[in-house]
Design a binder for this molecule. Structure first.
Ligand code: 5GP
Length: 136
């Protein structure tokens, strides 16, 4: 995986406002926040996307994500938030190192979502389900 700005943050070569750290996980404030408290939770493992993450790093993030979300909510007074992971440039990923955004919704500030929903057709659903279950 190519070196990213987050590799440098993990190594302490670039400063950040750390809110949580353990052996496998680092969480820090986003430098261009969508709302106050916008936090990034990243694995220390070098992986670009969620599907490339080891089970160990995934478990480590899963263990602390709710705790960090609670702390962000308490600190900001927000009562709603989004957890977002962009995977791949076409899906708006700019930094190619896995990161979970915790984005408080505070009035109009926070994540804006375009959600153009389709309709799941029964025939298509069955084929998709089979393909995914086979891949798993
Ligand atoms: P993405 O679009 O890849 O999901 O989001 C990358 C995020 O990383 C953006 O929200 C951006 O503001 C944040 N970011 C980029 N560079 C830095 C940095 O050097 N420090 C911090 N704290 N956040 C950064």
């Amino acid at each position: 995986m190519a070196e990213t700005i987050f590799s440098k943050i993990i190594r302490g070569e670039i400063p950040c406002h750390t809110v949580y750290e353990d052996d496998r996980v680092l969480a820090f404030l986003d430098i261009f926040p969508l709302s106050p408290g916008h936090t990034l939770v990243i694995p220390k493992e070098a992986a670009e996307r969620v599907d490339q993450l080891s089970d160990e790093s995934a478990a480590a993030i899963g263990r602390v994500l709710p705790r960090i979300a609670r702390a962000v909510m308490q600190a900001t007074g927000a009562t709603a938030y989004n957890v977002l992971v962009n995977n791949g440039a076409e899906a708006h990923q700019a930094v190619m190192h896995v990161h979970f955004h915790i984005i408080p919704k505070i009035d109009e500030r926070g994540l804006g979502i375009g959600w153009k929903a389709g309709k799941l057709e029964a025939s298509e659903a069955e084929a998709l389900k089979k393909a995914i279950v086979t891949a798993l």
